[in-house]
Design a protein around this ligand. Structure first.
Ligand code: AMP
Length: 280
């Protein structure tokens, strides 16, 4: 496994590689867990070479505190990636990724960025688009892997790739969960024991919504979820939406032949957790 800390050195290495070899790319913000590793393993199966980036992107955080408290565990990340025979790790500095201004570009994601995460995290998807586009330009991957845990992010990236004609195949990866159903997240390490015990309620609630989806109307399901979290002292609901899988627009009416997904964001103290599930 080779580790590169500058764009120049990484690109020198990539240029020395036969152009016909497929490159699988897994962008991450580090603090790696088994969910990340499952993606790297999938990328390894499907490509001749795998590049993983570890970069906590400042422009996708709307709150300075959230950025400051984001866990950083680079030594452990490298150990885990080495164990699963990752080929190349890219750990750039902020100056390397943003040589001029640490600032996002403005994207038109056809509204995909205006709802849910985009509505609650100002400028988040412009930040994501900016860093992913820059990383794609540096790595020039054949395939890039994104988790469905961040389903809205996945749709936004697909939109950017299509609109900007970027020659990369976007590969979605299933949500990887703890045994009790909690979606794995780097943020889970910041949960107290009590919060961690309560957190599986998020996935349990989504499963319940899925079970009831064909029988109940959406208003009923939304009220049910709101009530579940109102009566919980540890988890605070930020949003719960049932949305069209393609447009991400939320709805109160189910239409035939449309795929729906439920999306949720919950605070456990200062830790923000998100999850989602396909409903039909
Ligand atoms: P992050 O480091 O949180 O930016 O995540 C890097 C990539 O891993 C993103 O594409 C995430 O969607 C994905 N990811 C994070 N957690 C999970 C999980 N539990 N299951 C599947 N993918 C995940």
């Amino acid at each position: 496994m080779k580790v590169f800390k500058t764009v120049g050195l990484l690109q020198k290495k990539l240029m020395s590689i036969d152009k016909n070899r497929s490159i699988g790319f897994v962008p991450t913000m580090g603090a790696l867990h088994k969910g990340h590793l499952s993606i790297v393993k999938k990328a390894k199966k499907e490509n001749e070479l795998v590049v993983v980036s570890v970069f906590v992107n400042p422009t996708q955080f709307d709150k300075a505190d959230d950025l400051k408290s984001y866990p950083v565990t680079v030594d452990n990340d490298l150990k885990l990636l080495k164990e699963i025979h990752c080929d190349i790790v890219f750990i750039p500095s902020v100056e390397d990724v943003y040589p001029e201004n640490v600032q996002s570009s403005n994207f038109d994601f056809d509204g995909l960025d205006k709802v849910m995460e985009g509505a609650f995290r100002d400028g988040h998807f412009d930040g994501v688009g900016t860093v992913v586009k820059r990383l794609f330009e540096i790595v020039e991957p054949t395939r890039a892997y994104f988790g469905e845990k961040d389903f809205q992010q996945l749709q936004v990236i697909k939109k950017m790739v299509k609109k900007d004609n970027i020659a990369v195949q976007i590969v979605p990866c299933e949500i990887y969960r703890e045994n009790d159903g909690l979606a794995m997240s780097s943020r889970n390490t910041r949960l107290s024991e009590e919060q961690r015990e309560e957190a599986p309620l998020i996935h349990q609630t989504l499963l319940n919504v899925k079970k009831l989806f064909s029988e109940r109307d959406i208003k009923y399901l939304k009220k049910m979820v709101e009530d579940i979290f109102k009566s919980n002292d540890i988890l605070e609901l930020e949003y719960f939406e049932i949305a069209n899988t393609s447009t991400l627009l939320s709805t109160n009416n189910k239409l035939p032949n449309i795929n729906y997904r439920a999306f949720i964001a919950v605070f456990a103290g200062k830790v923000r957790l998100i999850d989602n599930i396909a409903l039909n």
